[in-house]
Design a protein around this ligand. Structure first.
Ligand SMILES: Cc1cc2nc3c(=O)[nH]c(=O)nc-3n(C[C@H](O)[C@H](O)[C@H](O)COP(=O)(O)O)c2cc1C
Length: 206
């Protein structure tokens, strides 16, 4: 460490001129665990696309809104999810269980457009009530969403997709009789750094 280090005890990494891959590694390794949006969208052909996104959170409650950052592919084209969402303005965001780990990870594979991850994984769909995109049968939570806006961020690699939730479908075994989520029963899968995932740990009280 240099004597004139402005932050002794810290490795200081200014972002000006920082390589994008370094910025990505820092963000995705340090901001953990992250929830995972497991997103169904409808292809033009009618087949259902499924992919996971962990640059994701809720951003408003009146009305309920979510945001998902979808990166462009290296050639600048849109990922299937972003393309479908921007074309027909609808999606279903699922929240998954720890037991969905293998399927969530496998659903990130880049399949040719028209080939459905849902079919490849042997999963089943059920009709939605507010959007044309169907829901993933058996997921812990399914949220029917309408695209509110797309915000191009920074240098154009990232696009923030802001979604309004039109309906929540929550596995009834995860809710108590007053409609509150049963924290003991709910075991969502979360994203850790690199290829790692996280499972729920202890629930703490202040
Ligand atoms: C757990 C997990 C989280 C991911 N999070 C993101 C994300 O937040 N943004 C993104 O652009 N890609 C993310 N990816 C990569 C996409 O899932 C991957 O590019 C996928 O092929 C996109 O599918 P699509 O082309 O069908 O939309 C993630 C992958 C995994 C396994």
């Amino acid at each position: 460490m240099h004597l004139n280090d402005p932050s002794p005890g810290y490795l200081s990494l200014p972002c000006e001129g920082m390589d994008d891959s370094m910025a990505y590694r820092l963000l995705t390794s340090l901001i953990v665990p992250r929830p995972i949006a497991w997103v169904c969208t409808l292809e033009e052909s009618g087949s259902v696309n499924l992919a996971p996104f962990s640059s994701f959170n809720y951003v408003a409650h009146s009305p309920p809104m979510l945001a998902i950052n979808i990166n462009r592919n290296e050639d600048g084209s849109l990922k299937d999810t972003a393309r479908n969402l921007q074309a027909n303005k609808e999606c279903v965001v699922q929240l998954c269980r720890q037991s969905d780990l293998a399927a969530v990870h496998a659903s990130a594979a880049a399949l040719p457009p028209g080939q459905s991850e849902v079919q490849e994984l042997g999963m089943h769909l059920v009709p939605s009530q507010h959007v044309r995109v169907p829901r993933l049968d058996g997921a812990a939570v399914q949220m029917e969403c309408r695209l509110d806006q797309v915000v191009d961020l920074g240098r154009g690699v990232n696009q923030l997709h802001i979604l309004e939730v039109l309906a929540f479908h929550v596995d009834s075994s995860l809710m108590d009789e007053k409609g509150r989520v049963n924290l003991e029963a709910y075991r969502p899968l979360a994203r850790w750094a690199g290829p790692y995932y996280a499972q729920r740990g202890d629930i703490l009280l202040p």
